[in-house]
Design a binder for this molecule. Structure first.
Ligand code: PLP
Length: 474
């Protein structure tokens, strides 16, 4: 492909994306295909000779789009939002076009320095403590990771290092491998499955603790678990607390948890994958009460902050532990520039992801990000009002853009309604089991969602509920 062809292809692709976003409301939110549909449509072997981009674009329409779940449809209310916006799309394009990657500063100074600056902007936007900033006097700092999952793993590995060092410094008679065998971490039953998985990868025990009726992990539950484990000869070393659990967007009580972590010398990692964006609005910062005891904090701009994936922001109060935990021979050289991000992450090389974050922050401004959060929270509040007004339902938990509600009837009926709604493909909502009850889990996801779309989605839920109740003679 030469330059004129590239320009033609790229311009056509931008037009395609613009039309796609403009028409997303008309596309069915769920695809109507059977498993294996694409393998049947595509040739079994790669083409011998190169094809024209026009043929490939035709295949996008013919074969790919029909198999897509439309994550940006205003009627998509499942999982969590996945970030997308015009500035981020262009940032992603320029990142690919410039094609620079970085390990340490020397490998591409702008890639590293922009990330350092943008992560400081972001920490200030969220109101994180000064110690987390790259520009602070102390050893704190932040970087972009791939995902919340690897941030949790990196947090846990830092906590392992810190605990082993602490015990060695205190003159523990145990050898390192004996300490490792006894390590135990804590999280709640409501935390994302990636937390349990991180414990498995790190080869440590991970206790999944019960939450209170609001889905929040509380101090006394953690204290009991620590007491029992210590009595059994184990070594507690870390807590992964969620600010915004995946199911109900519940907030663990980090004030209570943090005080225990501080007393017991446990690493406290915060997973705020979705809800972290809300802290851009001062009215939600009360949720951060207790942040003074947090060691590492993570949220995904690629969820709610309009940034295309992957872009997961992680900060450390003290970067020394992660750098030491990931120490290799290369770390021993005196760096020309700090931080050396390659020693704070799992991959070696990083893409120029700061570019899309920079674009989003500059083009939306803090004000635009706040408006986006408030608009979506207001839409969720509107849905809640609609549910509250229908005596057949009750709202069980509602936080930020998430509304979890239940039908005042047996779970089997809820199940039948959800299956019917999913089959009709007009909206996409998900079930969630919480405290042994089956809930409708409704999330305001798309940046295109309007109040009238919420009306349409609610109308679908309400009418299909009536239909199922009628069929069942209820
Ligand atoms: N943590 C929470 C609370 C989540 O809701 C999710 C995904 O929805 C994750 C972690 C995993 O995020 P990632 O895909 O960035 O690893």
């Amino acid at each position: 492909m030469n330059i004129p062809e590239f320009k033609e292809f790229a311009s056509a692709s931008i037009d395609y994306i613009a039309d796609y976003c403009e028409n997303i409301r008309q596309l069915p939110v769920l695809p109507d295909v059977e498993p294996g549909y694409l393998s049947k449509a595509l040739p079994k072997r790669a083409p011998e000779k190169g094809e024209s981009w026009k043929t490939i674009m035709e295949d996008i329409n013919k074969s790919i789009v029909p198999g897509l779940t439309q994550w940006h449809s205003p009627f998509f209310h499942a999982f969590f939002p996945t970030g997308q916006s015009y500035p981020a799309i262009v940032g992603e394009l320029l990142m690919a076009g410039i094609g620079a990657v970085a390990t340490k500063w020397e490998s591409s100074p702008a890639v590293v320095e922009l990330e350092v600056r943008v992560m400081d902007w972001l920490a200030k936007i969220l109101g994180l403590p000064e110690e987390f900033l790259n520009c602070s006097e102390g050893p704190g700092g932040g970087l972009i990771q791939n995902a919340a999952s690897d941030s949790t793993l990196v947090g846990i590995l830092s906590g392992i290092y810190k605990k082993i060092q602490q015990l060695i410094d205190e003159g523990s008679p145990l050898l390192e491998w004996q300490i490792r065998e006894k390590l135990v971490a804590y999280t709640s039953k409501e935390s994302n499955s990636s937390v349990e998985k991180s414990g498995m990868i790190a080869s440590v025990k991970m206790r999944l603790l019960s939450t209170d009726p609001e889905g929040s992990l509380r101090g006394p539950t953690l204290e009991d678990a620590i007491r029992n484990d210590k009595a059994a000869g184990l070594i507690p070393f870390c807590v992964v607390a969620s600010l915004g659990t995946t199911g109900t967007c519940s907030m663990d009580n980090i004030k209570e948890i943090g005080q225990i972590c501080s007393k017991e010398k446990l690493w406290l990692h915060i997973d705020a994958a979705y809800a972290g964006t809300a802290f851009a609005c001062p009215e939600y910062r009360y949720i951060l009460n207790g942040i003074e005891n947090v060691d590492s904090f993570n949220f995904n701009p690629h969820k709610w902050m309009l940034v295309n994936g992957d872009c997961s922001a992680m900060w450390f109060r003290n970067c020394r532990y992660v750098e030491e935990a990931f120490k290799t021979k290369a770390t021993l050289k005196v760096p020309k520039y700090q931080p050396e991000f390659e020693h704070m992450q799992i991959p070696d090389v990083r893409r120029f992801r700061a570019l899309k974050l920079w674009f989003v922050i500059r083009i939306y401004g803090v004000d635009g990000i706040q408006k986006h959060v408030r608009r979506q929270v207001n839409l969720a509040k509107y849905l809640k009002e609609l549910v509250d007004a229908d005596p057949r339902f009750e709202v069980v938990i509602s936080n930020l853009g998430v509304v979890c509600f239940r039908l005042l009837a047996e779970d089997s009926i809820t199940q039948a309604i959800l299956e019917r709604i999913t089959k009709r493909k007009n909206i996409y909502i998900m079930p969630y089991y919480f405290k042994s009850q089956l809930l409708f889990r409704f999330v305001v996801c798309s940046r295109f969602t309007l109040r009238e779309d919420i009306d349409k989605s609610w109308n679908e839920i309400s009418t299909q509920t009536s239909e199922v109740l009628k069929i069942l003679g209820k």
